[in-house]
Ligand binder design. Structure first.
Ligand SMILES: NC(=O)c1ccc[n+]([C@@H]2O[C@H](COP(=O)([O-])OP(=O)(O)OC[C@H]3O[C@@H](n4cnc5c(N)ncnc54)[C@H](O)[C@@H]3O)[C@@H](O)[C@H]2O)c1
Length: 197
């Protein structure tokens, strides 16, 4: 019997596809729902090996559309969310910042609302994990490092939109008690990396 359901957004992207594969294979008793809009950056070829797994399901949905999220949340009632879906390419954010606001800010808030609505009466054991970037802290020189205490200092429309998303995650934690965590990793490289990056 399926014990828990984990919703992973952006699972058809570079990092998301590795996260989906890891969870599908490592936790066969978990149902893994991959929610992705399949933008230019999403590619289900990244997950062909995972598709036959009985604990894996794909849902095409756009986080900028709350009604699509409502449907998915009602259908699967996830116990946890790993939120990776984003507009993620800095150069594109310079030519089209609005798309980054829509997905990385509004889309993140839509997802927070969906989780809050589902979990508000029973938040125990639930977790919303927001995947962000170290670019919210600005730029390092030749040396040095960021910590969780580093002041936010985004320098591109991409990092500004991720910073805004981070602030909303913290706000939902403090205001509504949403069980949320976030991380700010540095650049990742590897298989399934979108060529442009
Ligand atoms: N790649 C890195 O080095 C890096 C570093 C730090 C943080 N991050 C963060 O990690 C996450 C994943 O990064 P990535 O490099 O795998 O990105 P990616 O661009 O390869 O994948 C993003 C995925 O999100 C999906 N998506 C985009 N807009 C959507 C929407 N409106 N609704 C639903 N799905 C949508 C795309 O279809 C794609 O599958 C992002 O949140 C990014 O900010 C990435």
């Amino acid at each position: 019997m399926t014990k828990s359901t984990l919703l992973i957004t952006g699972g058809a992207g570079f990092i998301g596809s590795h996260v989906v594969r890891l969870f599908v294979n490592k936790y066969p008793a978990y149902r893994i729902v991959n929610l992705d809009a399949l933008t230019y950056a999403g590619n289900l070829e990244n997950l062909r090996d995972v598709e036959p797994a009985p604990n894996y399901v794909f849902e095409r949905a756009d986080i900028t559309h709350p009604e699509q999220l409502r449907e998915v949340f009602e259908k699967y009632r996830p116990d946890g969310v790993i939120h990776l879906a984003a507009e993620s390419h800095v150069d594109r954010s310079i030519s089209n910042p609005v798309a980054f606001v829509e997905t990385n800010v509004l889309g993140t808030v839509n997802l927070l609302n969906a989780a809050r609505n589902l979990w508000k009466d029973n938040p125990g054991g639930k977790r919303f994990y927001h995947v962000s970037t170290d670019e919210v802290y600005g730029s390092l020189g030749e040396e040095g490092y960021f910590t969780e205490e580093t002041r936010y200092d985004p320098r591109s429309p991409y990092s500004a939109s991720k910073a805004a998303g981070d602030h909303f995650v913290r706000a939902y934690f403090h205001t509504y008690g949403l069980p949320a965590v976030l991380s700010n990793c540095s650049n990742n490289y590897g298989p399934n990396h979108f060529p442009e990056n």
